[in-house]
Design a protein. Structure first.
Ligand SMILES: [Zn+2]
Length: 325
C-alpha cells in the first residue's frame, strides 16, 4: 500500500473505488478526487475458471478494499473490464475469459455487502484507459483525443468535445477491430484485416518470425524481443515494427478524418518500444493523415502506465459523485 502524498487528501474527502479486470490480473484500488491512487492490490485472474471462480476473485479484491479504513469515504465504484462489455445491460463477455459470457458483472459487484447503495459504473478497459489519460495523463490538455492501448491486443477509446464517448454499449472507439487491409487475414472477431491483427504485440512477433527473424541469445520471441533487435538495427525487426506502425497510422488517420482529433495517445507494452514504434508511426501518419484538418494531430506516449486501468475505472465513476469534482 501507499500513503497519500502530503497535502493531496483530507480525512473526509470522498474517494472512488476502482476495479480493473483483465485476462491476467484483477486489480483493485482506492482513488481520491484528484485521481491519485492511494491503495492498490491485485490477484491473478483465474482465466480458465467458471463464472463463479472468476467472480470469487473479484470478491476477494472487493473484500480487501472494504477492509481498508478509508472505505467509509468511498462514494462510488468504477469497473473497467476487458471487453466486449455492454454498459446498457451491465454485462461483460471478455474474449479471453470464456467463463464470462453476458455475465452481469455490474449487478454482481453491486451485490457485495460492502458496496451497498454505492453507484456502480461499468466500462470497457480501452474506454477506462482513455478516461484516465484525459483526467490525469497525456490527453489532459485536449478536447478531442484517441487513446490506444497496444499490447497483446489493440484497445482504444475516444474523447470528443471534451467528453468521454462510450457509445450505447460502451465499445465506441474500438480501433483494434477496424479493417485496414481488405485482403488481410481473417480476424477472430469475424472481420478481415483488422488493425489488431497487424499492430498488436502478438502480430509484431508473428510478422517478425514469419519474415525469418530469429531472437538473440535470450530466446525472447515476443514483441519485446523484436523491439530490442530493432533498437540494434536488425532490418527484419525494424520491418515488423514498420508494418505495425503503418497499420496504426492508417487507423489513427481514419479516426482523425472522421472526428477531427487533436491528439492520439499511445500506451501499452508495445509503446514501451519508444522510437522503434513512434518514429515510423509519425512518418506513416504524415502520409496517411493528408487532409489539412488532420495535419495538426499530436502523437503522445501515454503517461499513466499500469495505473491507467484503475485510475480510469475511478474516472468512469466520477460523474456519479454527488458533488462536482
Ligand atoms: Zn477483428
Amino acid at each position: 500500500m501507499s500513503h497519500p502524498p502530503a497535502g493531496t487528501a483530507t480525512p473526509d474527502e470522498p474517494l472512488l473505488a476502482a476495479l480493473d479486470i483483465g485476462g491476467t490480473k484483477i486489480a483493485g484500488g482506492l482513488v481520491d478526487t484528484r485521481g491519485t491512487l492511494l491503495h492498490r492490490l491485485q490477484v491473478p485472474t483465474p482465466a480458465t475458471g467458471d463464472r463463479h471462480q472468476l467472480m470469487a476473485a473479484v470478491t476477494r479484491v472487493l473484500d480487501d478494499l472494504a477492509g481498508r479504513p478509508e472505505w467509509g469515504r468511498v462514494r462510488a465504484l468504477g469497473i473497467g473490464s476487458a471487453g466486449p462489455v455492454d454498459i446498457a445491460e451491465g454485462t461483460v463477455s471478455p474474449v479471453n475469459l470464456p467463463g464470462w459470457r453476458g455475465f452481469p458483472l455490474r449487478a454482481e459487484a453491486a451485490a457485495h455487502p460492502a458496496v451497498g447503495d454505492l453507484p456502480v459504473v461499468l466500462g470497457g478497459d480501452g474506454v477506462a484507459m482513455t478516461a484516465a489519460e484525459h483526467w490525469r495523463g497525456a490527453a489532459r490538455p485536449y478536447r478531442n483525443a484517441l487513446c490506444l492501448v497496444v499490447s497483446t491486443g489493440v484497445g482504444a477509446g475516444l474523447v470528443l468535445d471534451g467528453r468521454l464517448h462510450t457509445g450505447t454499449t460502451g465499445n465506441a472507439g474500438h480501433l483494434g477491430h477496424i479493417s485496414v487491409d481488405f485482403e488481410g487475414r481473417p480476424c477472430p472477431c469475424g472481420s478481415r484485416g483488422c488493425l489488431e491483427g497487424l499492430a498488436s504485440g502478438t502480430a509484431i512477433a508473428r510478422t517478425a518470425t514469419e519474415s525469418g527473424w530469429r531472437p538473440g541469445p535470450d530466446g525472447d520471441t515476443t514483441a519485446t524481443g523484436v523491439a530490442r533487435a530493432a533498437e540494434s538495427g536488425d532490418p527484419l525487426a525494424l520491418a515488423a515494427f514498420d508494418r505495425a506502425a503503418r497499420a496504426l497510422a492508417a487507423g489513427i488517420a481514419a479516426t482523425a478524418t472522421l472526428v477531427e482529433l487533436d491528439v492520439a495517445v499511445i500506451g501499452g507494452g508495445v509503446a514501451n518500444a519508444g522510437d522503434v514504434l513512434f518514429a515510423p508511426l509519425a512518418r506513416h501518419l504524415s502520409s496517411y493523415a493528408a487532409l489539412p484538418f488532420t495535419r495538426h494531430l499530436t502523437l503522445a506516449p501515454a503517461h499513466l502506465g499500469t495505473d491507467a486501468g484503475l485510475i480510469g475505472a475511478a474516472a468512469l465513476a466520477r460523474p456519479s459523485l454527488p458533488i462536482s469534482i
